[in-house]
Design a protein around this ligand. Structure first.
Ligand SMILES: Cc1cc2nc3c(=O)[nH]c(=O)nc-3n(C[C@H](O)[C@H](O)[C@H](O)COP(=O)(O)OP(=O)(O)OC[C@H]3O[C@@H](n4cnc5c(N)ncnc54)[C@H](O)[C@@H]3O)c2cc1C
Length: 346
């Protein structure tokens, strides 16, 4: 089989790249291990424009956010599916320090687009230090997005289940060979396994394990906003909620842990006094290199071998814009965004 791009991994990164290469008129073959419990399958898929306790406005946020929403909505229009759920975020301050940081920022014109006054019922949500309502947030149904991508690839005979071992890949200036596949490029989108690859074992991957719980919270059934107080609660309809998350840097163990469960439940208890029943518990490893900084581009010496990884905890927001840039780089030689150039890590 001959293709233009062999993409290894169909998580968020591999899926986003595949859509952008198809849009550019390229042939792709995506090979995925088809395993449960990957970061993309467990992720809540939240888009939180002002993240962290300092409500920092990352450079280029507006452009990335606009592009991500446009990209997901374009897929929705073409498929008739609902993938991205636009939701406001009730951001409750954890302490007086957060309230103080926000007091200065709330009058800053650069933040004006992203906030509105908060209204809450104190019997349902705990906000003794106040808070604000964050605009332009939402969540992507990541499993639905992955499944739609997979079906589209299958219709084009562009998807295969399998594990690509980098030792079986031969790379030369003329192109790539893996088993019976010849390609112009191979792009590794392997998530946390990315640095186990013989081409990229120098990438400082630091997987971060995270737990999420599925909950029933009947007394909060009317809440439609995402609620964030460091931890978060995501309404899924009726009394069903998802809650998270933990950040464990203790190696590559992604099994759901009792400690993780208790940590998430403590976060929920700080958000609402209402009783919650746990109906599910999952965990996975986020692919983290430097916080949520994406790294991508061609290998410094193997010119036809490329990498797209490091989506961290902001893959849904940052991924589409980076996939657009990476596709333009691989197809037309456009420059990469300097802060995402993989060669900086070499
Ligand atoms: C608990 C938790 C909560 C999260 N919440 C959010 C959130 O709210 N918002 C957000 O934006 N992000 C969130 N994230 C992060 C988000 O999941 C990641 O940014 C993103 O999904 C990473 O996608 P990826 O494709 O790089 O990696 P992965 O999802 O790990 O996908 C890699 C894929 O490649 C396959 N693969 C790997 N090696 C090979 C190989 N050699 N051959 C074939 N296939 C291979 C794997 O099976 C997998 O399917 C969360 C993550 C976790 C764990």
């Amino acid at each position: 089989m001959t293709t233009d791009f062999l993409i290894v991994g169909q998580g968020l990164a591999g899926s986003l790249l595949a859509w952008h290469l198809l849009d550019a008129g390229k042939r792709v073959l995506v090979v995925d291990r088809d395993e449960p419990g990957t970061s993309s399958k467990v992720a809540a898929g939240l888009v939180t424009p002002l993240a962290g306790s300092r409500f920092h406005l990352p450079p280029g946020l507006g452009e990335r956010l606009d592009y991500a929403r446009q990209f997901y909505w374009r897929l929705e229009e073409a498929s008739g599916l609902t993938l991205f759920h636009h939701r406001r975020i009730a951001r409750l301050f954890r302490d007086g320090g957060e309230a103080e940081v926000w007091r200065d920022l709330s009058t800053n014109p650069s933040h004006a687009r992203y906030h509105a006054p908060l209204a809450i019922d104190p019997a349902q949500l705990l906000a003794p230090h106040g808070g604000f309502e964050m605009r332009e947030g939402g969540w992507l149904d990541v499993p639905a997005f992955l499944e739609h991508t997979r079906q589209t690839l299958l219709e084009r005979v562009s998807y295969a289940i399998g594990a690509v071992d980098s030792n079986d890949v031969s790379a030369s200036a003329a192109g790539i060979r893996w088993k019976n596949v010849s390609a112009e490029w191979i792009v590794f989108c392997e998530g946390w396994r990315g640095a186990r690859n013989r081409f990229f074992d120098w990438v400082p991957m630091r997987p971060t394990a995270g737990d999420v719980l599925d909950l029933e919270l009947p007394d909060l059934a009317g809440e439609t906003r995402i609620v964030n107080k460091g931890g978060w609660l995501l309404p899924l309809g009726g009394e069903r909620f998802r809650a998270g998350s933990t950040y464990r840097h203790d190696g590559c163990d992604s099994a759901p842990s009792p400690v993780g469960r208790e940590e998430v439940l403590a976060k929920v208890a700080s958000i609402t006094p209402l009783a919650a029943k746990v109906t599910g518990h999952r965990a996975a490893l986020r692919p983290t290199i430097r916080r949520s900084q994406v790294f991508m581009g061609a290998h410094p010496s193997h010119g036809r071998v490329a990498f797209f990884n490091g989506l961290g905890s902001k893959g849904v927001l940052n991924g589409p814009w980076h996939a657009l840039r990476l596709a333009a780089h691989l197809v037309s030689g456009d420059p990469l965004p300097p802060q995402s150039d993989l060669r900086d890590l070499f």
